[in-house]
Design a protein around this ligand. Structure first.
Ligand SMILES: Cc1cc2nc3c(=O)[nH]c(=O)nc-3n(C[C@H](O)[C@H](O)[C@H](O)COP(=O)(O)O)c2cc1C
Length: 204
Protein backbone atom coordinates (compact mmCIF):
# COMPACT_ATOMS: atom_id res chain seq x y z
CA UNK A 1 0.00 0.00 0.00
CA UNK A 2 1.16 3.52 -0.74
CA UNK A 3 0.01 6.45 1.37
CA UNK A 4 -0.10 9.74 -0.49
CA UNK A 5 -1.17 12.61 1.78
CA UNK A 6 -2.56 14.73 -1.08
CA UNK A 7 -5.13 12.04 -1.90
CA UNK A 8 -6.43 11.71 1.64
CA UNK A 9 -8.58 13.76 3.99
CA UNK A 10 -6.91 15.28 7.04
CA UNK A 11 -8.67 12.71 9.21
CA UNK A 12 -7.48 9.77 7.09
CA UNK A 13 -3.90 11.00 6.97
CA UNK A 14 -3.87 11.62 10.72
CA UNK A 15 -5.11 8.06 11.32
CA UNK A 16 -2.29 6.65 9.18
CA UNK A 17 0.31 8.86 10.87
CA UNK A 18 -0.54 7.76 14.37
CA UNK A 19 -0.39 4.17 13.14
CA UNK A 20 3.00 4.70 11.44
CA UNK A 21 4.75 6.54 14.25
CA UNK A 22 4.58 4.28 17.30
CA UNK A 23 5.10 4.02 20.17
CA UNK A 24 4.94 7.70 21.11
CA UNK A 25 5.73 9.07 24.56
CA UNK A 26 3.18 11.40 26.10
CA UNK A 27 3.91 14.92 27.31
CA UNK A 28 1.23 15.99 29.77
CA UNK A 29 1.71 19.72 29.48
CA UNK A 30 0.68 22.23 32.13
CA UNK A 31 0.52 25.91 31.24
CA UNK A 32 -1.02 29.07 32.62
CA UNK A 33 -2.84 31.71 30.62
CA UNK A 34 -2.30 35.48 30.79
CA UNK A 35 -5.32 35.79 33.12
CA UNK A 36 -4.06 33.05 35.45
CA UNK A 37 -6.23 30.13 34.25
CA UNK A 38 -4.26 26.90 34.43
CA UNK A 39 -4.38 24.34 31.61
CA UNK A 40 -3.34 20.70 31.33
CA UNK A 41 -3.41 18.59 28.15
CA UNK A 42 -1.62 15.53 26.70
CA UNK A 43 0.47 15.57 23.52
CA UNK A 44 2.06 12.50 21.96
CA UNK A 45 3.91 14.29 19.16
CA UNK A 46 6.68 14.58 21.77
CA UNK A 47 10.40 13.98 22.00
CA UNK A 48 13.84 15.22 23.00
CA UNK A 49 15.75 17.71 20.86
CA UNK A 50 19.23 18.29 22.26
CA UNK A 51 21.34 17.68 25.35
CA UNK A 52 23.11 21.06 25.37
CA UNK A 53 21.03 23.02 25.74
CA UNK A 54 18.85 20.36 27.29
CA UNK A 55 15.75 20.73 25.17
CA UNK A 56 12.58 18.90 24.24
CA UNK A 57 9.75 19.43 21.78
CA UNK A 58 6.09 18.61 21.30
CA UNK A 59 3.57 19.60 18.67
CA UNK A 60 -0.03 20.75 19.06
CA UNK A 61 -2.04 20.88 15.86
CA UNK A 62 -4.56 23.67 15.35
CA UNK A 63 -8.25 23.15 16.16
CA UNK A 64 -10.75 22.37 13.40
CA UNK A 65 -11.57 26.08 13.04
CA UNK A 66 -7.86 26.84 12.52
CA UNK A 67 -7.36 28.42 15.94
CA UNK A 68 -4.44 27.32 18.13
CA UNK A 69 -5.08 25.08 21.15
CA UNK A 70 -5.11 26.69 24.60
CA UNK A 71 -1.70 25.15 25.36
CA UNK A 72 -0.12 27.01 22.42
CA UNK A 73 -1.89 30.26 23.22
CA UNK A 74 -0.63 30.08 26.79
CA UNK A 75 2.94 29.20 25.85
CA UNK A 76 3.07 32.00 23.27
CA UNK A 77 1.79 34.43 25.91
CA UNK A 78 4.00 33.34 28.82
CA UNK A 79 6.95 31.40 27.35
CA UNK A 80 6.62 28.73 30.05
CA UNK A 81 5.34 25.16 30.43
CA UNK A 82 5.82 21.97 32.42
CA UNK A 83 5.96 18.47 30.91
CA UNK A 84 4.60 15.83 33.29
CA UNK A 85 5.34 12.17 32.55
CA UNK A 86 2.28 9.85 32.59
CA UNK A 87 2.53 6.55 34.50
CA UNK A 88 -0.08 3.85 33.86
CA UNK A 89 -2.02 4.72 37.00
CA UNK A 90 -2.72 8.23 35.66
CA UNK A 91 -3.98 7.24 32.18
CA UNK A 92 -7.67 7.78 32.93
CA UNK A 93 -7.23 11.24 34.38
CA UNK A 94 -4.72 12.17 31.66
CA UNK A 95 -7.23 11.12 29.01
CA UNK A 96 -9.92 13.18 30.72
CA UNK A 97 -7.75 16.30 30.32
CA UNK A 98 -7.82 15.85 26.52
CA UNK A 99 -11.48 16.90 26.52
CA UNK A 100 -11.71 20.31 24.90
CA UNK A 101 -12.54 22.58 27.79
CA UNK A 102 -13.10 26.27 26.94
CA UNK A 103 -10.04 28.51 27.47
CA UNK A 104 -11.48 30.06 30.64
CA UNK A 105 -12.03 26.66 32.26
CA UNK A 106 -9.10 24.90 33.92
CA UNK A 107 -8.82 21.12 33.45
CA UNK A 108 -6.89 21.05 36.72
CA UNK A 109 -9.68 22.72 38.70
CA UNK A 110 -12.58 21.05 36.83
CA UNK A 111 -11.25 17.51 37.31
CA UNK A 112 -9.66 18.19 40.69
CA UNK A 113 -6.08 17.25 39.83
CA UNK A 114 -3.63 17.88 42.65
CA UNK A 115 -0.80 20.18 41.59
CA UNK A 116 2.21 21.69 43.32
CA UNK A 117 4.04 24.93 42.51
CA UNK A 118 7.02 24.83 40.17
CA UNK A 119 10.31 26.42 41.21
CA UNK A 120 11.37 28.36 38.12
CA UNK A 121 8.17 28.74 36.07
CA UNK A 122 4.58 29.73 36.88
CA UNK A 123 2.66 26.70 35.52
CA UNK A 124 2.17 24.12 38.29
CA UNK A 125 3.32 20.48 38.28
CA UNK A 126 1.08 17.41 38.53
CA UNK A 127 1.84 16.08 42.00
CA UNK A 128 1.23 12.40 41.17
CA UNK A 129 3.53 12.42 38.12
CA UNK A 130 6.93 10.88 38.95
CA UNK A 131 8.83 13.17 36.54
CA UNK A 132 7.95 16.84 36.03
CA UNK A 133 10.05 18.98 33.71
CA UNK A 134 10.01 22.77 33.99
CA UNK A 135 10.60 24.36 30.58
CA UNK A 136 11.23 27.77 29.04
CA UNK A 137 10.11 28.33 25.45
CA UNK A 138 12.90 28.54 22.88
CA UNK A 139 10.74 28.70 19.75
CA UNK A 140 7.36 27.75 18.30
CA UNK A 141 7.90 26.48 14.76
CA UNK A 142 4.75 26.95 12.69
CA UNK A 143 4.28 24.02 10.30
CA UNK A 144 1.60 25.04 7.81
CA UNK A 145 -1.41 27.16 8.67
CA UNK A 146 -5.12 26.63 9.26
CA UNK A 147 -6.91 23.54 10.63
CA UNK A 148 -4.59 20.69 11.73
CA UNK A 149 -1.45 22.73 11.01
CA UNK A 150 1.37 22.13 13.48
CA UNK A 151 2.85 24.26 16.24
CA UNK A 152 6.13 22.63 17.18
CA UNK A 153 7.10 23.88 20.61
CA UNK A 154 10.81 23.68 21.38
CA UNK A 155 11.57 24.27 25.02
CA UNK A 156 14.67 24.41 27.19
CA UNK A 157 14.65 22.17 30.25
CA UNK A 158 15.30 24.44 33.21
CA UNK A 159 14.71 21.94 36.01
CA UNK A 160 13.42 18.37 36.25
CA UNK A 161 11.81 16.95 39.38
CA UNK A 162 12.31 13.18 39.60
CA UNK A 163 10.68 11.20 42.39
CA UNK A 164 13.41 9.32 44.29
CA UNK A 165 11.07 6.31 44.21
CA UNK A 166 11.79 5.79 40.46
CA UNK A 167 15.58 5.71 40.87
CA UNK A 168 17.66 2.53 40.97
CA UNK A 169 20.50 2.12 43.52
CA UNK A 170 22.93 3.75 41.03
CA UNK A 171 20.74 6.88 40.94
CA UNK A 172 19.55 6.24 37.38
CA UNK A 173 15.90 6.51 36.33
CA UNK A 174 14.46 2.98 36.26
CA UNK A 175 11.79 2.77 33.52
CA UNK A 176 10.10 -0.15 35.28
CA UNK A 177 9.50 2.11 38.28
CA UNK A 178 8.32 5.08 36.18
CA UNK A 179 5.80 2.78 34.42
CA UNK A 180 5.22 5.36 31.66
CA UNK A 181 2.61 4.67 29.00
CA UNK A 182 2.95 5.29 25.27
CA UNK A 183 0.47 6.15 22.56
CA UNK A 184 -0.18 3.84 19.63
CA UNK A 185 -2.65 4.21 16.71
CA UNK A 186 -6.39 4.85 17.05
CA UNK A 187 -7.30 4.97 20.77
CA UNK A 188 -4.61 2.44 21.74
CA UNK A 189 -1.88 2.78 24.34
CA UNK A 190 1.07 0.64 25.32
CA UNK A 191 2.87 -0.09 28.55
CA UNK A 192 6.63 0.06 28.91
CA UNK A 193 6.71 -3.02 31.13
CA UNK A 194 8.66 -5.36 28.86
CA UNK A 195 12.02 -3.84 28.01
CA UNK A 196 15.29 -5.25 26.72
CA UNK A 197 18.86 -3.92 26.50
CA UNK A 198 21.21 -3.79 23.52
CA UNK A 199 24.50 -1.96 24.13
CA UNK A 200 25.58 0.19 21.17
CA UNK A 201 28.08 -1.56 18.83
CA UNK A 202 31.75 -0.84 19.51
CA UNK A 203 32.87 -1.63 15.98
CA UNK A 204 31.40 -1.91 12.49
C1 LIG B 1 -2.83 10.55 24.61
C2 LIG B 1 -3.19 11.76 23.81
C3 LIG B 1 -2.24 12.34 22.99
C4 LIG B 1 -2.54 13.50 22.27
N1 LIG B 1 -1.58 14.03 21.45
C5 LIG B 1 -1.82 15.18 20.79
C6 LIG B 1 -0.80 15.76 20.00
O1 LIG B 1 0.33 15.28 19.90
N2 LIG B 1 -1.09 16.95 19.37
C7 LIG B 1 -2.31 17.53 19.48
O2 LIG B 1 -2.51 18.62 18.91
N3 LIG B 1 -3.30 17.00 20.22
C8 LIG B 1 -3.08 15.84 20.90
N4 LIG B 1 -4.06 15.30 21.68
C9 LIG B 1 -5.33 16.02 21.84
C10 LIG B 1 -5.21 17.17 22.84
O3 LIG B 1 -4.83 16.67 24.12
C11 LIG B 1 -6.57 17.90 22.96
O4 LIG B 1 -6.85 18.55 21.74
C12 LIG B 1 -6.63 18.88 24.10
O5 LIG B 1 -7.98 19.27 24.30
C13 LIG B 1 -5.84 20.13 23.86
O6 LIG B 1 -5.99 20.94 25.01
P1 LIG B 1 -5.84 22.51 25.05
O7 LIG B 1 -6.77 23.11 24.00
O8 LIG B 1 -6.23 22.82 26.44
O9 LIG B 1 -4.41 22.83 24.75
C14 LIG B 1 -3.82 14.10 22.37
C15 LIG B 1 -4.78 13.51 23.21
C16 LIG B 1 -4.47 12.35 23.91
C17 LIG B 1 -5.51 11.71 24.80
Amino acid sequence: MLIQPEELSVRQMYAYMVGMITPRPIAWVSTIGPTGVTNLAPFSFFNGVSAKPAALCFSAVNNRDGSPKDTIRNIEATGQFVVNVVPAELVEVMNQTSFEYPPDQSEIDSIGIEVVPSQLVRPPRVKASPIQIECQLIQVVKVGEGPAAGNLVVGQILLAHVDDAVLNPAGEIDPSLVDAVGRMGAADYCWTRQTFARPRPESA
